[in-house]
Design a protein around this ligand. Structure first.
Ligand SMILES: [Zn+2]
Length: 282
């Protein structure tokens, strides 16, 4: 493994997701105002990407472009330069409604390129929808983050890159620890890294997310292996087995501590945008 010391680490905070509720953890931000406040605190703690879902007035997941627009506007105002990544994944089965916010031209959007099982259902990403979402992202200049729930998703991203469906080097996120999908398996994780390096080049950036108690495990593996790290209440509502996380920022601070442990600086906005091939902060 190459030496990772001194290599900036991007911290992504997944603030809300489509599942956690106030009953799971009162700190989960649901309204746009709560989301902006929670992201701002996480931004000050070191996060440079905000991965965002929105909820309706009942707290249910929605893809309402108007909600996304209000959130994006709030983040741009209160967290200037922060990379805004909108989720197109939260509403399996909703078809093209999942991409209805892409004309807002966020910096990034999540892109799932294949289907797999989730805890209680199938996470549906049919080929025609994947192609359509990728085309919309190209059309509006939105950088995709490819969500790899399985090895085949990394190879699919490579296939899409070759066909010109993805601009630039794909930014792949390894997701591990979703029940009924890929568990947090160290050998598989290492093979994911090798596959990204083989297909996209030695310097291709990648990141990793772990669900529930696997969050800190994947944070550790990613930071120590030269990748970038995702944290936040979407993936995990606890700071340890018996304690709810008090905020998204508290989860970000765990990653900041890991960066210190492995002697990696937390990427600033300039560095994060440069690593991802995004325009410099305004
Ligand atoms: Zn998400």
């Amino acid at each position: 493994m190459t030496d990772v010391k001194g290599k900036p680490c991007i911290i992504c905070v997944a603030i809300t997701g489509s599942l956690p509720t106030k009953e799971n953890n009162p700190a989960v931000p649901i309204s746009v105002a709560e989301q902006v406040e929670s992201t701002h605190e996480a931004f000050e703690a070191g996060a440079t990407i905000a991965h965002c879902h929105v909820r309706d007035d009942e707290g249910k997941p929605t893809s309402d472009p108007e909600r996304f627009a209000r959130l994006k506007e709030g983040l741009e105002k209160h967290c200037p330069g922060m990379i805004v990544q909108l989720s197109t994944g939260g509403r399996s089965g909703a078809g093209q409604a999942r991409g209805g916010m892409l004309p807002l031209r966020p910096d990034m959007a999540s892109l799932s390129v294949g289907s797999n099982n989730f805890p209680t259902r199938v996470y549906e990403n049919p080929p025609d929808l994947v192609d359509w979402l990728a085309a919309e992202m190209l059309k509006y200049g939105v950088k995709p983050e490819v969500e790899a729930f399985d090895l085949s998703h990394i190879l699919k991203a490579h296939d899409m890159q070759k066909k010109g469906q993805l601009a630039g080097t794909p930014y792949v996120q390894f997701v591990m620890g979703v029940k009924n999908a890929m568990p947090a398996d160290r050998d598989v994780f290492d093979y994911y890294i090798r596959t990204v390096e083989r297909l996209f080049g030695k310097d291709a950036p990648w990141c990793a997310a772990g669900i529930g108690p696997n969050q800190i495990v994947l944070n550790d593996w990613a930071v120590s292996s030269g990748g970038h790290a995702r944290t936040g209440l979407e993936d995990n509502v606890r700071i340890d087995r018996d304690t709810l996380a008090p905020s998204n920022a508290a989860l970000v601070r765990r990653v900041v501590d890991l960066c210190a442990k492995y002697e990696r600086p937390v990427a600033n906005l300039q560095q994060a945008r440069q690593i991802l091939g995004l325009a410099a902060p305004q």
